[in-house]
Design a protein around this ligand. Structure first.
Ligand code: ADP
Ligand code: MG
Ligand code: MG
Length: 941
C-alpha cells in the first residue's frame, strides 16, 4: 500500500510523510493505523473528534521502511515536511521550538500498527537546554519543575538516544545511581524532596556522566535533539525486546514503526497535576466500569513502571484496595484517595471522554491521560488488551447494548483465546495454605516453581519445568521470561502496570501489586510481611488470577464452569458456522466432557486405548501371542465383552449423536511387554515358557512400525480381530436400541490405500453386523467408512468412495506420510525448520495447507464425484487448530473433530471461517441466518 499523495490537498509536492493533528483538526484518522501506527492514527482520530489532544505530527511507517532500506537515512522531502509540521504545532501551542523565552517542548513517541506496550522508546521534554530551561521557568513560574523536566530529559535522552545503559547484568542504571547518591547526600528519600539546586546539579552530573562514558557532549541544539530522538525511535523497532515481542505476537518485521512528535503537557507541575491510565471496562472480568490508576504530580511512565504504587481512578476501586490491604477509611483517604475524590471535575471529564471513545470505536479502550493544572489532556487511546473472560463478556454486553451486532461480537474473540476459559480452576474444596493476596490482574489458576528472573524462567521452561516469575515489578526486558512462565507475581504496580497489561495480552495468569511481598533477588528468596518463613527459588507456589490469592505449594484444580455470557456467546457463534464440530474421545467420561463443551458427536473413538486398561492388557497380549486363529479367538472372547461395555458407555453418553469408532490401528508390538521383568511376569500369568514369548516378541519387531503391520493390514491378515470388534460395537448398539437409546455408530477402517482392502473388510464387517442385528432382533442404522491417511487413498479417493460411506482425514498420518517426516522423530530438526522459515509453522500443529491441503482438496473432490452424499470430516490433531479449521471450512468438509477441551475453540473458529467468507454462500445449516451481511471490521487500534 502507498500513502496517497498530500492527502488530496495538492499543496506539497511529492510523497507525504508527515501528518499533523491538533487544534481541532487532523490529517489522518484511525483507519490509517498501518501508516501512522496505532498511536498516531488514534491521536489523529481523537483530535478530529474534538477531544483535547496536544498538537503534534506523525512521521509515517513508510519512513521507517525507507530508513532501513537506505542505510538508516531519510527521504530528502522529510526535513521540509517536519519543519512545516512543527510550525503548525507552534502556531496551535503559541510557543516556539528552541525559543529561549517561550519554548515549545516535545515528546517523541513510537507507535506500530498494533500496540507493543513499552517495547520501543519514547523521549519526553525534548527541546530543553541551558537557555530554554530559563524560558520554561518563565512560562511556569516554577523553577523546580523546570529543572525536574530537564533532569528527566537528559536522563531519558542519554539512555534512549545516546545509549548510556548499564554495562552488565548486575550494574544498576548509572543515572539512577547518581540520583540515589544525591538523595543520600541530602538525607531524603523521595524524588519530590529534591530542590531546584539539587536538580540543576543533577543535570550537570548527568551530562558529565555522558561525556565520561560515551565521550560525546550532550546536544544543546533542539533540532539536533529532535533528529536524534527520531532516529532512536526508528532504531528501537529493531531492539532485542521489540524483536522478541514481535516473534511472540507474530507481528511482521516489515511493518515498521511510525514516530509521533507531540507538544508536551505536564503532569508534574504541582499537586493540581497528574498522569494516569484508564480502561473503559474492567479488562480482567469484563465488568462495565471505568477504572485505572493515576499519580499526582508525575510524568510519563511513572504509573506503568510501578515506581510508586499509583492511586485508583474510582472511589469504589480505592475502597476495594483498602479492604484488601486492611486500611481504615482514614488511612485510605490520606494515602491514596481516588481521582473521583481528588479531582472530581477531571474525573467527570474523563468519564465523558471514555464514553465518547467507546461509542466511537465500539470497543473497550485503554487510555493514557495527563492533567496539567486542572486541564485534562488525552495522550493515547487504543483497543484494550483483555483476558478471554472479559473479551467474551465485553463482546456480549456490547452487542446487548446495541453498540455492535452479533456477528461483530463473535469476531471480537479470537478462538485461541478461549483456551484460557476452558482451563481448570482451583478446587474450592482443596486444602490451601494462603501466603498473601494481590490484585487479580489476569485470571487462571497455575502452579510452578518460584524463579526471580526472566532468564531463569526461560531456562527452566527449556528444561521442561513449570515456573512462576516473581518480580518486584516487570519491565519490557522481562518479556521472554513472562512468555516462558506459567504465571506472573509482582510486588508493585496496579491494574495498569506492565505486568498486568502484558499478562492479559498473553492470556497468562497474573497477580500484581502484592504489597506484602519482600523480594530479595540476591538471596533468591521472598518473604511475606507479617508471616513466618521464606520461600526460595525452586519452591512451588500457586496463583489464582481471579481472586489475586497466592498459595504455598501446588493446589489441585477442577473443571471450569461456563458463565452465562460464555453460553450466550457460543450460541451466537453456533448460529453462524456451517462446519459441525465433534470430539476425539475414547472413554465415556471424555465423551461426557465433550458433550458439555458442545461436541456434536465423536469423530474418532480409538479402540486401542481401551486395550491398555488394567487387566485387559493381559488378554490382549494373549491374543497377540497366540500361535493360531483358535488361540486368538479364545483370547478375543475375553476382550470383547469388556470392549462391549466401553461402547455401551460411549454410545450412551453420545445418545442421538454419531460416534465414529475406529477399528484397531497400531502395530501389535506396542501392546507387548518392554522389559524383561514384564516378560517373565506375563509368561507366568499365561503359563507359557518365557523363551516362547521372547521369540514371538522379536518376531513382531519392525524397523518402520508406522509403515508396518498396522491399521487395516491387521484386519486383512487377522480377520478375527476386526470381526470381534465389530461384534462388540453392534451388540452394544443393539442392546442400547432395545433400551430406547438412539445410537448412530459409524465403523471406521484405518490406513486404507486400496479400494480392494476396504472391499474385503467391508464385506466381513457387514456380515458380522447382519448376524448380530438378526440375532438381537432390532434394527440399527450403521455406516462403514475409512480414514484417508495414506496419500494413495487421497489420490484414488473416487474408487475408495465407491465403497466408503464416509471419509475422515487422519491428518497426523497423512502429514507424516506426505512430508516423509516421522512425527515422533521430528523434534530434532523441526524447530530449526520453523526457525529458518522452511515451515511457516509446525505442520503437525497447523495443517500444511499448500501441500497436504492439496491432498485433502483432491480427495474431497474425487470422493464427492463418486458419492455425492459422502460425509467428510477430519480427526487429526489439526481439527482443533483455528487456521486448519478455517481451511476445513473452505474445503467444504462436513465436520472437524478435536480433543474435548478444544471443542469450543473449533466452534468459534468455524464461525469465524463462515463469517469471513466472501462472498457469503448459502449454507445448509444456520437456518436463522437469512442473508449474510458484509462482516463489519473490528476497530483496530
Ligand atoms: P508507550 O508506547 O510505551 O506507551 P508513549 O509514547 O505512550 O509510550 O509514552 C509513554 C508516556 O509518556 C505516556 O503514557 C505519557 O504519560 C507520556 N507522554 C507521552 N507524550 C506526552 C506528551 N506529549 N505530554 C505529556 N506526556 C507525554
Ligand atoms: Mg515507553
Ligand atoms: Mg503509551
Amino acid at each position: 500500500m502507498e500513502a496517497q499523495e498530500s492527502n488530496g490537498r495538492g499543496r506539497s509536492r511529492g510523497k507525504r510523510y508527515v501528518y499533523s493533528f491538533g487544534g481541532g483538526k487532523a490529517d489522518g484518522n484511525a483507519g490509517l493505523n498501518w501508516l501512522l501506527g496505532g498511536k498516531g492514527a488514534n491521536l489523529a482520530e481523537m483530535a478530529g473528534l474534538g477531544l483535547p489532544v496536544p498538537a503534534g505530527m506523525t512521521i509515517s511507517t513508510e519512513v521507517c521502511t525507507y530508513y532501513y532500506a537506505h542505510g538508516r537515512t531519510y527521504p530528502t522531502e522529510l526535513e521540509k515536511q517536519v519543519q512545516t509540521g512543527l510550525s503548525r504545532i507552534e502556531k496551535v501551542m503559541k510557543r516556539r521550538f528552541g525559543d529561549p523565552k517561550n519554548p515549545l517542548l516535545l515528546s517523541v513517541r513510537s507507535g506500530a500498527r498494533v500496540s507493543m506496550p513499552g517495547m520501543m522508546d519514547t523521549v519526553l521534554n525534548l527541546g530543553l537546554n541551558d537557555e530554554t530551561v530559563l524560558g520554561l521557568i518563565k512560562q511556569s513560574g516554577n523553577p523546580r519543575f523546570a529543572y525536574d523536566c530537564y533532569r528527566r530529559f537528559v536522563q531519558m535522552y542519554g539512555d534512549v538516544v545516546l545509549g548510556l545503559k548499564p554495562e552488565s547484568k548486575t550494574e544498576r542504571d548509572p543515572f539512577e545511581v547518581l540520583l540515589e547518591h544525591k538523595k543520600e547526600a541530602r538525607g531524603i528519600t523521595l524524588d519530590t524532596d529534591l530542590t531546584t539546586d539539587d536538580l540543576r546539579e543533577l543535570v550537570a552530573a548527568f551530562k558529565g556522566l555522558i561525556q565520561d562514558r560515551l565521550h560525546v557532549s550532550f546536544p544543546n541544539d533542539p533540532w539536533e535533539q529532535l533528529w536524534g530522538a527520531v532516529g532512536a525511535v526508528f532504531g528501537s523497532w529493531n531492539n532485542q525486546r521489540a524483536i522478541t515481542y514481535r516473534k511472540i505476537e507474530n507481528i511482521p518485521g516489515e511493518w515498521g514503526t511510525a514516530v509521533t512528535v507531540q507538544s508536551m503537557v505536564f503532569g508534574n507541575l504541582g499537586d493540581d497535576c497528574a498522569t494516569g491510565v484508564a480502561f473503559t471496562r474492567d479488562l480482567a472480568t469484563g465488568e462495565e466500569a471505568l477504572n485505572g490508576d493515576f499519580l499526582v504530580n508525575a510524568q510519563g511512565e511513572d504509573v506503568v513502571a510501578g515506581i510508586r504504587t499509583p492511586q485508583q481512578i474510582t472511589l469504589a476501586a480505592s475502597r476495594q484496595r483498602a479492604v484488601r490491604e486492611s486500611h481504615s477509611e482514614e488511612e485510605r483517604k490520606a494515602q491514596y484517595p481516588s481521582l473521583e475524590e481528588r479531582m472530581p471535575a477531571n474525573y467527570t471529564t474523563l468519564q465523558e471522554i471514555a464514553q465518547t471513545l467507546e461509542a466511537h470505536y465500539r470497543d473497550a479502550q485503554d487510555i493514557e491521560f495527563t492533567i496539567e493544572r486542572e486541564k485534562l489532556w488525552m495522550l493515547q487511546t487504543r483497543t484494550a488488551k483483555r483476558t478471554a473472560a472479559s473479551a467474551v463478556k465485553i463482546a456480549v454486553d456490547m452487542a446487548q447494548e446495541g453498540l455492535i451486532d452479533e456477528r461483530t461480537a463473535v469476531l471480537r474473540v479470537k478462538p485461541e483465546q478461549l483456551d484460557q476459559l476452558l482451563h481448570p480452576m482451583l478446587d474450592p474444596n482443596a486444602p490451601k495454605q494462603r501466603l498473601t493476596r494481590g490484585l487479580p490482574a489476569s485470571p487462571g489458576a497455575v502452579s510452578g516453581e518460584v524463579v526471580f528472573s526472566a532468564d531463569d524462567a526461560e531456562e527452566a521452561k527449556h528444561a521442561g519445568r513449570k515456573v512462576i516469575l516473581v518480580r518486584i515489578e516487570t519491565s519490557p526486558e522481562d518479556i521472554h521470561g513472562m512468555h516462558a512462565a506459567e504465571g506472573i507475581l509482582t510486588a508493585r504496580g496496579g491494574a495498569s502496570s506492565h505486568a498486568a497489561l502484558v499478562s492479559r495480552g498473553m492470556g497468562k495468569c497474573a497477580v500484581v501489586g502484592c504489597e506484602a511481598l519482600e523480594i530479595d533477588y540476591e538471596r533468591q528468596e521472598f518473604r511475606v510481611r507479617g508471616a513466618e518463613g521464606v520461600l526460595r527459588a525452586g519452591e512451588w507456589i500457586t496463583l489464582d488470577g481471579s481472586t489475586g490469592e497466592v498459595f504455598r505449594g501446588q493446589v489441585p484444580t477442577r473443571e471450569p464452569s461456563p458463565t452465562a455470557e460464555f453460553t450466550t456467546f457460543m450460541a451466537w457463534a453456533d448460529r453462524f458456522r456451517r462446519l459441525r464440530v465433534r470430539a476425539n474421545a475414547d472413554t465415556p467420561h471424555d465423551a461426557q466432557v465433550a458433550r458439555t463443551f458442545g461436541a456434536e458427536g465423536i469423530g474418532l473413538c480409538r479402540t486401542e486405548h481401551m486395550f491398555f486398561d488394567g487387566e485387559r492388557i493381559d488378554a490382549v497380549r494373549e491374543m497377540i501371542l497366540a500361535e493360531d486363529t483358535a488361540g486368538r479367538v479364545r483370547a478375543l472372547d475375553k476382550i470383547i465383552p469388556m470392549q462391549k461395555e466401553d461402547f455401551i458407555g460411549i454410545l450412551r453418553a453420545m445418545a442421538g449423536l454419531p460416534v465414529t469408532i475406529r477399528l484397531l490401528d497400531p502395530p501389535l508390538h506396542e501392546f507387548l511387554p518392554n522389559t524383561e521383568e514384564d516378560l517373565v511376569d506375563l509368561a507366568q500369568k499365561l503359563n507359557v515358557p518365557v523363551e516362547r514369548l521372547r521369540t514371538k516378541r522379536n518376531a513382531l519387531h519392525e524397523l518402520n512400525p508406522m509403515l508396518g503391520h498396522r491399521g487395516c493390514r491387521l484386519g486383512v491378515t487377522f480377520p478375527e480381530i476386526y470381526e470381534a470388534q465389530t461384534r462388540a460395537i453392534m451388540e452394544a448398539a443393539c442392546e442400547l436400541t432395545r433400551e430406547g437409546v438412539h445410537v448412530i455408530p459409524e465403523i471406521m477402517v484405518p490406513l486404507v490405500g486400496f479400494k480392494r482392502e476396504l472391499d474385503l473388510l467391508r464385506e466381513r464387517i457387514v456380515r458380522v453386523c447382519t448376524e448380530v442385528i438378526h440375532a438381537q432382533g432390532v434394527t440399527v442404522p450403521y455406516t462403514i467408512g475409512t480414514m484417508i491417511e495414506v496419500p494413495r487413498a487421497a489420490l484414488v479417493a473416487d474408487t475408495i468412495a465407491a465403497t466408503a460411506e464416509f471419509f475422515s482425514f487422519g491428518t497426523n498420518d497423512l502429514t507424516q506420510m506426505a512430508l516423509g517426516i516421522s512425527r515422533d522423530d521430528a523434534g530434532k530438526f523441526l524447530p530449526e525448520y520453523v526457525a529458518q522459515g522452511i515451515f511457516p509453522q509446525d505442520p503437525f500443529v497447523s495443517l500444511d495447507q499448500s501441500g497436504v491441503g492439496l491432498l485433502v482438496e483432491l480427495a474431497v473432490r474425487k470422493g464427492r464425484v463418486a458419492r455425492p452424499d459422502l460425509k467428510i470430516g477430519i480427526c487429526g490433531e489439526h481439527g482443533g487448530d483455528p487456521a486448519s479449521v478455517q481451511f476445513c471450512h473452505q474445503a467444504s468438509l462436513d465436520y472437524v473433530s478435536c480433543s474435548p477441551y478444544r471443542v469450543p475453540i473449533a466452534r468459534l473458529a468455524a464461525a469465524h471461517a463462515a463469517l469471513r467468507e466472501k462472498p457469503p454462500v448459502k449454507t445448509r445449516r444456520a437456518p436463522r441466518r437469512k442473508q449474510a451481511e458484509p462482516v463489519q471490521a473490528a476497530a483496530t487500534a
